[in-house]
Each structure stands twice: as C-alpha cells, then as structure tokens.
Design a binder for this molecule. Structure first.
Ligand code: NAP
Length: 269
C-alpha cells in the first residue's frame, strides 16, 4: 500500500512519522509532497520519506492520500489534484472545517475520510476523530483507523457534525490547556518561584491530575470534592472560579471553536 501525505507541516509530518511505524506500511516509504522547496529540502534531509516536487509523480501512485494543508489552501490544491486522482483512492483530510461533500465535488472522487486531529499526536498522545463517506468500505475504514492510531487514539463518529464538535473539544483543546497552564505559570512567578520551579510545579500538577483522572472512574467533580474541604485553600480557589463564572466561559470558548468550524465549512462553499 502506498501512502502520500500532501503538506509537510505540523500535522502532515506528524502523521507521516506516526504512520511510518505502522505494521501495514512495512518497509515501504511514505511519499511526501509539499509546495515549498525549502520544506521539501528539509524533509528530504531529516527524514526517510520519499519527497516529491511534482504531484503528477506521486499522486497517481498513491492508494491513500492524506491532506495536511491549511483549509484556505485546499481549493488551489484540489484544482491541481483533480486530473491526477482516481475513484479507488482514499482521501483522508486532516483539515478543519472542510466538508466531505466539498472534497468530493472538488476532486470528483467518492472515498473521503474526514478527521479532526490534535497537536499531541506529535508525541504519540493525539486523539483523532474521524468519519467517512458512504463509498468507503469497512475494510478501508479499519485500514485508515490503524494508520490514525499510530499517533495516539482515534474515535469514530457517525456524522460530520461531531467532527466540527470535536474541533471545539480536542482539535483546539490543547490551546485551552496551554491557556490554563500559562495562567498558573504567571501566578507562580508572581508568588516568587523561579521560572524553572514554576514550570515543574505546573507541569507536574497537570500530569498528576490527568493520571488521577485516568486511574479510576471518578469524575473531575468527584476529584474536586475530594480535595476541596470546607473553609480550605482549594475551596477558596474553586469558589473564586465559580464566582467568576470560569466554567461557563470555558464552555463558551469550546462552542466558539465548534461554531467557527461550521462557519469555515460554509465559507469554503
Ligand atoms: N496544528 C493543529 O493543532 C491542528 C489541529 C487540528 C487540525 N489541524 C489541521 O491540520 C491542517 C494542517 O495544519 P498545520 O498546522 O500542519 O499546517 P502547516 O504547518 O501550515 O502545514 C501545511 C503545509 O502545507 C503546505 N502547503 C500549502 N499549500 C500547499 C499545496 N497546494 N500543496 C502542497 N503543500 C502545500 C504549506 O506550505 P506553506 O507554509 O508555504 O503554506 C505547509 O508546509 C490544517 O488544515 C488544520 O486545519 C491542525
């Protein structure tokens, strides 16, 4: 099986690196195409991928094509791809807010898998949600899932609405966590901790809380109740957050990302 990744940026290269470890790939090299000469040179120098400077030399050979360009570049790319694709190829889109039907219309091919990846895929801790067009068979879906799983875990969803929704939770989500971390780091610095100690305090606190959360079935609310005793320090912090409506604001932020993903789908025609 031949795999082509178009767009050797953050996501494209992360998935290419993950997939190169997949048993079904074996010793075959993943093909990479990027529009930028400098990017192609860097990929050729630093990786074991087969790098192409022309779509016509790689796209017709591919069984599965991953699209890792920014959504606003996809129309140009699809115009270039159209004459080189065939109906047997599976197109896997990593792009936020570009709908399956749009890809089918632009490319004139039926088999599309739309995903929503996230950045921790870079360290094998990603979560990718995915859904497919009717023309994709069960076996093809299982094959693509095994590729997605090389970057972490994946969840199958039944409609594209959930792809846009997962943009608001997991796709954009790492940035919300970084926002929270940044606030905690700034508080630690203000309290007088060194930069390094602040970093250790904050990162270990996040890692520890996630490990506890994953350790049993307790909800975050249960954990909060366990650690926050009446009149204590944690309760003072949680009361301050509740008074400032932080939970509602975070939910609102997640919905803002979800809405933006839907809007982007409409903008793309
Ligand atoms: N980063 C995330 O956390 C994240 C999360 C979820 C989903 N996504 C999705 O993942 C996709 C890729 O994001 P990214 O952050 O990896 O983008 P990126 O780092 O900008 O990478 C995209 C690459 O594709 C190249 N490119 C642009 N037009 C091309 C064309 N016509 N043919 C071939 N290559 C082309 C770009 O070159 P130039 O630099 O010259 O433009 C760049 O090297 C996006 O659609 C985004 O919605 C990203």
């Amino acid at each position: 099986m031949k795999i082509l990744v178009i767009g050797a940026g953050n996501m494209g290269l992360t998935y290419a690196e993950g997939m190169s470890q997949a048993p079904i790939i074996g010793k075959r090299k993943i093909m990479i195409y990027d529009i930028m000469h400098e990017t192609r040179e860097a990929v050729a120098k630093n990786t074991n991928f087969e790098v192409f400077d022309k779509l016509e030399n790689c796209l017709p050979k591919a069984d599965i094509v991953f699209i890792g360009v920014k959504p606003f570049h996809c129309e140009d790319l699809f115009n270039e791809m159209k004459a080189l694709t065939n109906p047997q190829q599976i197109i896997v889109s990593l792009m936020a807010g570009v709908r399956i039907e749009q890809i089918q219309n632009w490319l004139g091919v039926p088999k599309i898998i739309r995903t929503m990846p996230n950045l921790p895929a870079k360290v094998g801790k990603g979560v990718t949600s995915y859904t497919e067009s009717d023309a994709v068979s069960r076996v093809e879906l299982i094959t693509v899932r095994s590729l997605l799983d090389t970057t972490g875990v994946s969840i199958h969803v039944n409609s594209e609405n959930y792809i846009d929704a997962s943009t608001g939770i997991s796709g954009s989500g790492p940035a919300y966590i970084f926002y929270f971390m940044q606030s905690m780091l700034e508080a630690a610095r203000k309290m007088g901790f060194s930069e390094n100690d602040s970093k250790v305090l904050v990162s270990q606190t996040f890692e520890g809380a996630v490990a506890l959360f994953n350790d049993d079935d307790s909800s975050p609310q249960t954990w909060m109740n366990r650690v926050a005793s009446k009149g204590g320090t944690t309760r003072a912090a949680l009361d301050s957050m509740e008074d400032n409506n932080v939970k509602e604001l975070i939910k609102e932020a997640a919905f803002a990302a979800f809405d933006r993903a839907v809007e982007m789908g409409k903008e793309n025609g």
